[in-house]
Design a protein around this ligand. Sequence first.
Ligand code: NDP
Ligand code: BG6
Length: 520
Amino acid sequence: WQNPALKKAIPTVVSLSDEAAAMAADDWSQSSLSVVVVGASGDLAKKKIFPALFALFYEGLLPPDFQLFGYARSKMTDEEFRDLIGNTLTCRIDARSRCEDSQAAFLSRCFYCPGQYDAPEGYANLDKKCKEQEALTGKMVANRMFFLSIPPNVFVQAAGGAADNCSSPTGWTRVIVEKPFGRDSASSAELGRGLARHLTEDQIYRIDHYLGKELIENLTVLRFSNLVFEPLWSRQYIRNVQVIFSEDFGTEGRGGYFDRYGIIRDVMQNHLLQIVALFAMEPPVSLDGEAIRNEKVKVLQSMSQVALEDVTLGQYRGRSGAGRSGGADLPGYLDDATVPKGSLCPTFAAIALHINNARWDGVPFLLKAGKALHTRGAEIRVQFRHVPGNIFKHKVGPNIDMTTNELVIRIQPRESIYLKINNKVPGLGMRLDTTKLDLVYNDAYSKELPDAYERLLLDVVNGDKRLFIRDDELEQAWNIFTPVLHEIERRKVAPELYPYGSRGPVGAHYLAAKYNVRWG
Ligand code: NDP
Ligand code: BG6
């Protein structure tokens, strides 16, 4: 792994990961890498996995002897598979450059093997195909990395089939699994036991793609490498923390999946909770994957289980004549043909989380997530306490809550970090307003941000587990949400309806008001 591009291509924040990579580095002059995408005909493979692998390949970050194998039930030849992948690739890293040569080189390394997910002979064929190509590299060691990009009902069979019949005979075998990791504590534990029959914990990489987003990676840097933030990071100065996720589109086309999970399982129990864990954990002893995950587990253990009175649920309803393109109707959740009639599945939730430790006692963490809202975005908002005995409190205009500062970490889109401060309006006299100290990534950095899957796939190649969910972390995450999820289902709690494209149900404001908080 001596590629100089590795040092250049990723900005300094990620060089920490490079160090970890260097420590765990395989000697790629002696070994090859086969990446196997199980479920290669599917949406995630096309949308995220192939483009991310190509981006890494384009930047010279994959080992020289890399090849990609697709596995799924659909019948395809290698050529047809290459056409399928070819349609997903773009020259996004440098839009001005022509990357046809790289695309052709990438596609020439792609192979396809059809097979059933529960059939050992399918994986045995795959193993044969891998071995044929691996032999051509002339390398003694052939490492294999599987990405299980398939529906959860076939996770365990596929993991077993791949591990038992297609593990690398000479190098390492790593298996990436996608969420959902179960529906509650019991089903997650069952899934864990199923995987453990075939794989060691060390081999399993549970993806939460939010951990691969640039601003989430930056959270630890922001906190632990800037003297100005970490001393403020506690109940002493922080009044509340909000983690807000919104999408301006509904579950169109995914209603079947979504209805079984709902918004709490879909994004809160995983993406938003992971953000809270990274935000609130104690300083880890090092950047080592285990050190960070130890701290995340500890802070998750300090959280109370979510109480029903701390939950507001919503479901979007249709709006006629409100569509973006000239007044078409916007469908409600229940208008989706794949959603059961009368479903109570929440497409919106706001909840309050409490962390019972010395740092966060009494600070509400408010999480809000919704589909079909007025905007798309994800951000963390940190509202600070009032300045004690503020001598300027009579100098502010009517609508300014000038007694509190707010730090906003905008995860997407328009990635940025800004701090709202009180400032004197320039000129004679003494009038104050609120303004921003502002870091907009697009303005500050010329390089395009890598997609989350690029970072995460590269970490798997390097054996860096820092950004992947450990089994005890997952168990703890489910402990926090399982009782309330069961209670919602047992009591058949009806979600409050909100119009497609609105700001969500008013119940969310009542929940915030209960904690004396205004959503940012
Ligand atoms: P798909 O529904 O596209 O399924 C992937 C492939 O699995 C299909 O191409 C199909 O391949 C096979 N498949 C589909 N349904 C079944 C079934 N009932 N039984 C057996 N095989 C089936 O899934 P996605 O690609 O969207 O997602 C893959 C995984 O990633 C899922 O676990 C999903 O929850 C997760 N995920 C997806 C995201 C996304 O944006 N798509 C985002 C986050 C997570 P074939 O028929 O050729 O075998
Ligand atoms: C997925 C959820 O995990 O994350 C989807 O299943 C959601 O419902 C998606 O749309 C959001 O990811 P991103 O990266 O587009 O914010």
